[in-house]
Design a protein around this ligand. Structure first.
Ligand code: 13P
Ligand code: 13P
Ligand code: MG
Ligand code: MG
Length: 492
């Protein structure tokens, strides 16, 4: 590429996401590398001999090789057009021409929308129960003013699950977009200020860094994002859970591969092929450590991993046939970010439903189990997950752990009002049963399975000190007599 003066495409023009052939397809069908395929396709479509120029432009556009898209399509186009020697005065028309060619050649997807669900606990009233109305309202107003009025968002919805506030946003900027993430972060900062002024508990609890670098993943807030081309009718569910961790969603997602729960696997031809799961190893810090498993063939391996909810978490689910993603779970561990306990990693999950995906009712089915999850009081106990109404609150023993489900339809990125999926008489019976189950495990207090294992206790500093003191008082004995000089032996 010859040295070019910077070329800019005006900000009003929002390049659609550029999608390469998905690497998931490659894994399941043995296709060639997505980036190489895309570069060759682009060169052919644009009749460009300079492959290097396109490759460099792709790098400038920050490619995501896992999901096969560009994080910064504007930068990509600017670099591509500059490499082709386009002059600044021709930038806009050259951009449109190039973009249309790439869309028609199916290298690039137009009309792609992104749903971003970003949540944070920024303070709550009366303990870790629920955010104050004033705080939720401050967050909502900020997103409306800065997000909708500026044209950044197509639409949004603010709700709460226990003490966590979720900002659900639709836009065309793709996943992990810095501008969208900053909008949510700043809305949480504004809300935190209100929480502080009014003396709410744990104001700013989940905002763990001074300012996020790029996107808010790893900065404290939980993030679940899906990007796709809308179908004619596009239903999806936004789940939130409080007083638990992202592993809580692994069982309901595993059960999508079980015809006992997901009847579509035997009744709907287009659902028969099964799914590809992306599972993260959360013990690994830094880059994502991921494994891909296909169902039904890898079902037992999937079970082996996800039974361990503290270490392995299902982060996405794809259709095995097309690689299309329909599930996104926020998978982070806050205490690995903060270095100490600040609160549980209360998760969010987005699931697209119906048609080739499981029906909404099939996705909801496993939540009637009230399965035991880690969290509850002080993030250190096991308790059953109770499905509650939207904006549901926390109470007994700072629990039980709860889950909410807001079902939406979306058209051209515009959300309908939510259907509150757990606000239906059936769930009253489930709640009753879960309340009994919660009391049942709480009767044994701290003992055994009721409390989390040592390494998952969230307030470990105090207990660690106590355990050290106790360790030094243990002595080695043989036949009931103290062993003289034995290592570890010590007399009182
Ligand atoms: P949150 O993570 O929801 O703030 O709960 C913290 C806690 O300690 C509850 O007892
Ligand atoms: P679709 O296949 O149209 O999503 O319908 C499934 C259904 O309604 C099951 O309840
Ligand atoms: Mg809290
Ligand atoms: Mg919480």
């Amino acid at each position: 590429m010859t040295a070019q003066s910077p070329l800019t495409i005006p900000m009003e023009i929002r390049p659609a996401r550029m999608r390469f052939r998905n690497e998931i397809w490659e894994r399941t069908h043995g296709w060639r590398s997505d980036v190489d395929v895309a570069v060759e396709q682009m060169a052919r479509l644009l009749d460009v001999k300079d492959l290097e120029g396109i490759k460099k432009a792709v790098e400038v556009g920050k490619p995501d090789r896992t999901y096969g898209y560009l994080n910064d399509p504007r930068a990509f186009f600017q670099a591509l057009l500059a490499a082709q020697g386009v002059r600044q005065q021709d930038a806009v028309s050259a951009y449109h021409k190039t973009r249309d060619t790439l869309v028609q050649g199916e290298v690039m997807i137009a009309n792609q929308i992104t749903i971003s669900d970003i949540k944070a606990d920024i303070g709550s009233i009366g303990g870790h129960i629920k955010p104050g109305i004033s705080v939720v309202e401050a967050v909502r107003k900020y997103v409306e003013q800065e997000g909708v009025n500026s044209g950044l968002l197509r639409s949004f919805f603010v709700s709460s699950t226990g003490d966590d506030i979720s900002i659900l946003m639709t836009h065309q900027r793709g996943k992990l977009d810095e501008t969208i993430h900053n909008l949510a972060w700043n809305a949480f900062l504004v809300g935190t200020e209100v929480a502080r002024l009014e003396g709410h508990y744990g104001a700013g609890q989940d905002l763990l860094v001074d300012a996020p670098a790029g996107n808010v993943k790893g900065a404290g807030p939980a993030v679940a994002e899906l990007e796709f081309v809308e179908r004619g009718a596009e239903p999806f569910v936004s789940f939130g859970a409080d007083k638990t961790n992202p592993g809580a969603f692994s069982l309901p997602l595993y059960l999508l591969s079980d015809p006992m729960y997901n009847s579509g696997l035997i009744l709907a031809d287009n659902m028969r092929p099964g799914y590809t799961y992306r599972i993260l190893d959360l013990t690994h810090k830094g880059e994502d450590k991921a494994i891909y498993l296909n169902t039904p063939e890898d079902l037992y391996d999937l079970a082996l991993l996800v039974r361990d909810t503290d270490n392995f978490v299902i982060e996405s689910v794809f259709l095995k046939t097309t690689g299309e993603q329909f599930v996104a779970v926020s998978a982070t561990r806050l205490h690995d970010i903060a270095g100490k306990y600040t609160g549980k990693d209360d998760p969010r999950m987005l699931v697209r439903c119906q048609g080739q995906f499981p029906a909404t009712g099939e996705v909801l089915h496993p939540f009637a189990l009230g399965h035991l999850v880690a969290g509850f009081m002080r993030g250190s106990h096991n308790g059953p997950l109770m499905p509650v109404k939207l904006n549901g609150t926390i109470s007994w023993f700072d629990g039980p752990p709860i889950v909410t489900a807001a079902a939406f339809s979306v058209k051209n990125g515009i959300l309908t009002e939510p259907a509150d999926a757990f606000d239906q008489p059936f769930w009253d019976a489930v709640r009753h049963e879960v309340a009994q189950k919660a009391q049942w495990i709480r009767r044994q207090g701290f003992f055994g399975a009721a409390m989390l294992p040592w390494n998952e206790l969230e307030y470990s500093a105090g207990p660690v000190k106590k355990m050290k003191a106790l360790q030094s008082r243990f002595t080695l004995e043989r036949d009931g007599e103290p062993m003289e000089g034995a290592a570890g032996s010590q007399k009182d």
